[in-house]
Design a protein around this ligand. Structure first.
Ligand SMILES: Nc1ncnc2c1ncn2[C@@H]1O[C@H](COP(=O)(O)OP(=O)(O)OP(=O)(O)O)[C@@H](O)[C@H]1O
Length: 804
């Protein structure tokens, strides 16, 4: 942390106070203006409400639009009131005298002669940067929105390439009080004057101050200290695919979130189609979702875990690595295609296999349409405990006074014909119905009765009408070609024998057994969610008549029903409703993209068919074993859109001491790759210890020790198989400490971490070394490694994997 130097002189103190006073004055003006704007917005809303429900439709439309705009504005102002102002730049005169829409001069480079020959210059423009823009009564900028072009130099300017910036200042405030300022000089060689006084320079680096702060359970925004290489990504044009790679702690997640806010600001209309941010775990969603509201967005951005992308199903279970490999790979696609068609033949009427959720889980329960007859039981063999009810094997109807009958073989032929091609199975039902009617018509012989085509057609149509309204025909069709749901097909795959049939020559018998067994559990894994989504695409959703929302007659009159929810719903409810209704997005941001499996890429691809993309990841942290197959799937999902690649190179999270240790594992996991350079050092080396009395006791003591040493959070990272017991080890230590499995640690960070048995973590999956690399890079200050026997620690407790 950038503590104040003890030898700071009284003179320095007084110039600091003076500069704080200057910024306080400005902040007071800004708040005064904000209050005026809030009153304006409130007045607008009240006034519009008072005008009541009278007037022409046009006037009512105008009223509602006004209420809508005022509501959004008010909400924003209220949200942004805290720590509103955070930056300032002092600039030289620009090349031309042109101003942009935000009232600031647009030139990036200084005018000739802006710096005098004796290396002195005058500050020609001062801009304050904040979370949203504020203009004064004369439309001069009091605060520039951080996403506006005029704010870019605040992030981009460096001493090597300063542009017009002389001094860059970060302002720290709480509520309405300015607490401190930190300056960086971009042109240290220059003597610059502002209003006749020499420009003051205070403090020693805002970035270091930000990085040293204690961590909480939620992420903070980094608007005040975005670095130049990060800013390039945040402001990259949205066209096509922006691909960002960088090691742990380089700010990929932070950059992705700020980019969402930036894109919305740049082109709100275009992104009203929604921005989807996909995170690997609900833990990471919870950690990051607070960042966006503080960036001034209200609802167009959905942050979802990859296991929560399918409505009505939520991933709560983990798959063993080998099961996950089978479920996530492209091979599963072929299995699902077979299963979707095969499931038709099972027919309705039985009950869902044991173990699927009793409510909300199986299609049978949710839609009442379908349940399968057999139950795999819980044993490893997957032997069916009962035979399926099966589809009906005979169709009997009476038409034109004759009894007609289709037997099993004929029905099978009709089914095959109907299933030909690749159309979604559920959408083929009308075709199957037509083919059945054709077969019955042929059997009736009625087609030969008339040579006149018009009469023949009439006869056929009345035949179709008669048969298809007959109760026995309707019941048959429902049983023989039921509408399948993804959940029901997945439930059908829980039967090992059946899955073995559908997966013949695609999965090996061991995989079939593991996948079937995993599908008999109560709940879903992230991989199941991608399978459900794929099945939805394979099955298709038959069109249904749309239910009309109950509308106020006045809304219908004005045609403004879309605006009404603003008055009825909170912003959050509205955002949730929009997110739930949305299936495709205008921009998709994928965080931790290195872990996305081929099947998951297909799921994401369906949500961004017409989208632009930001894909953020680090191959060295990938927990997915077949990196090439995932890359192929990613390329397929992103299509042929051109890619723009960025690399982030600086590690802002880990101190050098921890980064150096993690680099040893990186060298094993991905020989030849370079680690990002750590930006700071704490002087505290990682601590190594071995199990003393018991693993539980040792870990507990080490966690308690770290809780004493840091102000913020402590994370205890264990192999996935230990995560439940680890939570018990920490009981009673308070909520600053948490236990998490290695895969859950992805993307998160803590002040200090205890990594328990590197060997256990590394041995847990084929990508184990990369998972260990993730585990070792979570701490912002201190790291303790606890070794068990399996780690083969040396005399100093250093495990084999972490030795030189
Ligand atoms: N410019 C910055 N100013 C202040 N803090 C920053 C900056 N960039 C990154 N950080 C901080 O560094 C930490 C790491 O950032 P982030 O989690 O976005 O990294 P990441 O690249 O996604 O890491 P990982 O790959 O390990 O998940 C966060 O605490 C973030 O706030």
């Amino acid at each position: 942390m950038a503590a104040q130097a003890p030898q700071e002189t009284a003179l320095e103190d007084s110039s600091r106070d003076r500069e704080i006073g200057v910024e306080q004055e400005h902040l007071d003006r800004v708040y005064q203006r904000l209050e005026e704007k809030i009153h304006e917005a409130e007045f607008l809303m009240n006034d519009a409400a008072k005008r009541g429900q009278v007037g022409t439709p046009g006037a009512l439309a105008e009223r509602d639009a006004q209420v809508f705009r005022a509501g959004v504005h008010l909400n924003r102002l209220n949200n942004e009131f805290e720590d509103f102002l955070f930056g300032r730049i002092d600039l030289l005169l620009g090349k031309d005298g042109k101003k942009g829409p935000d009232g600031a001069y647009t030139a990036v480079e200084p005018a000739e002669g802006a710096v005098r020959e004796d290396n002195t210059a005058d500050i020609a423009e001062t801009l304050h940067i904040g979370r949203i823009g504020v203009l004064d009564q004369d439309y001069a900028p009091l605060v520039i929105d951080w996403r506006a072009p005029a704010a870019a130099p605040f992030y981009r300017s460096t001493p090597v390439d300063p542009g017009r910036v002389v001094r860059r200042r970060v302002i720290r405030s709480k509520g309405r009080r300015v607490l401190g300022v930190e300056d960086d000089l971009m042109r240290p060689e220059l003597k610059a004057f502002l209003g006749g006084d020499e420009l003051a320079v205070i403090g020693d680096g805002a970035l270091m101050a930000a990085l040293g702060q204690a961590r909480s359970h939620t992420m903070r925004d980094i608007v005040a200290s975005i670095q130049a290489e990060q800013d390039l990504v945040i402001r990259a044009p949205a066209a096509s695919v922006t691909y960002v790679e960088g090691g742990p702690g380089t700010g990929k997640t932070a950059v992705a979130l700020h980019r969402a806010a930036y894109l919305l600001y740049q082109d709100r209309r275009r992104y009203s189609g929604g921005i989807l941010i996909v995170s690997p775990t609900p833990l990471l969603v919870a950690y990051t979702e607070g960042v966006l509201p503080s960036l001034g967005e209200e609802g167009q951005v959905a942050i979802r875990a990859i296991g929560s992308l399918v409505d009505g199903a939520e991933a709560t279970l983990y798959d063993a690595p080998s099961t996950a490999r089978a479920k996530g790979s492209y091979r599963m696609l072929k299995v699902l295609r077979k299963a979707a068609r095969g499931a038709l033949e099972l027919g309705p009427g039985g009950r869902a296999p044991q173990g699927r959720p009793a409510s909300g889980g199986t299609a049978a329960n949710r839609t009442g349409q379908l349940a399968f007859g057999d139950d795999p039981g819980d044993d490893d063999t997957g032997t069916p405990a009962r035979t399926p009810a099966g589809p009906p094997t005979r169709l009997r109807v009476v038409a034109f006074g004759r009894r007609l009958e289709l037997e099993a073989a004929e029905l099978e032929r009709v089914r095959r014909t109907a299933l030909g091609g690749t159309a979604p199975v559920n959408l083929l039902r009308p075709r199957a119905r037509k083919l059945l009617l054709d077969a019955l018509w042929t059997q009736s012989g009625a087609g030969t009765r008339h040579s006149d085509p018009e009469l023949a057609a009439e006869l056929r149509s009345s035949f179709d009408e008669d048969v298809s309204t007959e109760d026995s025909f309707i019941a048959f069709l429902d049983a023989w070609w039921p509408e399948l749901t993804p959940q029901a097909v997945l439930a059908a795959m829980a039967d090992e024998r059946r899955l073995g049939r559908w997966a013949r020559r695609i999965l090996n018998p061991g995989e079939v057994r593991k996948v079937a067994r995993s599908l008999r559990r109560d709940g879903y894994s992230v991989h199941d969610i991608a399978m459900l989504d794929e099945l939805q695409a394979i099955l298709g959703t038959p069109a249904r008549p749309r239910k009309k929302r109950d509308l106020d007659p006045l809304d219908q009159l004005t045609g403004l029903e879309e605006l009404m929810p603003v008055r009825e719903e909170s912003q959050r409810e509205r955002a949730e409703r929009l997110a739930a209704e949305r299936t495709e997005y205008a921009h998709v941001i994928v965080d931790e993209a290195q872990d996305v499996t081929p099947m998951q890429w297909r799921m994401l691809g369906r949500r961004g068919r017409h989208a632009t993309w930001t894909v953020v990841g680090d191959p060295a942290q990938s927990s997915w074993s077949d990196v090439d197959e995932a890359a192929e799937a990613r390329d397929e999902a992103l299509g042929t859109r051109p890619r723009r690649r960025f690399q982030l190179t600086v590690n802002y999270r880990n101190p050098a001491e921890i980064a150096q240790l993690a680099a040893k594992v990186l060298a094993l996991a991905m020989p030849g790759s370079t680690s990002p350079s750590a930006v700071r050092s704490t002087g505290v080396e990682p601590r190594f210890t071995v199990v003393r009395d018991s693993l539980a006791q040792t870990v507990r003591e080490e966690a308690a020790r770290l809780l004493d040493r840091v102000d913020g959070t402590v994370g205890v990272v264990v192999a996935m198989q230990r995560r439940e017991e680890a939570a018990k080890w920490l009981a009673g230590l308070g909520d600053r400490v948490v236990a998490l499995g290695s895969l859950e640690a992805k993307g998160l960070e803590y002040d200090a971490t205890v990594v328990v048995s590197p060997a256990e973590i590394a041995d847990e999956s084929p990508a184990g070394l990369r998972v260990l690399y993730v585990a070792l890079t979570r701490a912002t200050q201190q790291l303790t490694v606890v070794s068990g026997d399996r780690d083969e620690p040396d005399d100093c407790g250093v495990p084999d994997l972490l030795r030189d």
